[in-house]
Design a protein around this ligand. Sequence first.
Ligand code: ZN
Length: 159
Amino acid sequence: MNLLEIKKYPQKLLRQNCDPVNKVTKQEARLLRQMLITMNYFKGIGLAAPQIGIPLRLIVADIGNGPIRLANPQTLKVSGREIKHEGCLSIPEAAVKIERPHKVTVKGINHKGKIIEIEADGLLARVLQHEIDHLSGRLIIDYMPFLPRIRFKLKRRFN
Ligand code: ZN
């Protein structure tokens, strides 16, 4: 099975609003598996389909407790707040302090086509929110304060 290429900022593919999948068939399940392999290879803990150039609402995550594969993930509930640094395989040189809910309940369709709900806190909650952000084209740099964000973007344009 081939590794997939990870798209890097500022590629426009990363900014698109992704489409929901109609059904998780063998094809989507295969794609989710390839995404996991690619994520593990690059030592990531989460990956979203737009990061490999596919504008579909598919995400994977694994913080060491087993892989999560979700189509059409939706956040149902959030609670608490926590500020932590976050990185992204598509923006390797950035680490951004982001405030997010500490706990989330996410609903989606797994690789077998079954609707599931995942309750997560801490790191897994953060990864799931980060990947769900990708599906609407939202990136970690969007959370930077105004001036650092402008500086980051200018640097990327001129270097
Ligand atoms: Zn990311």
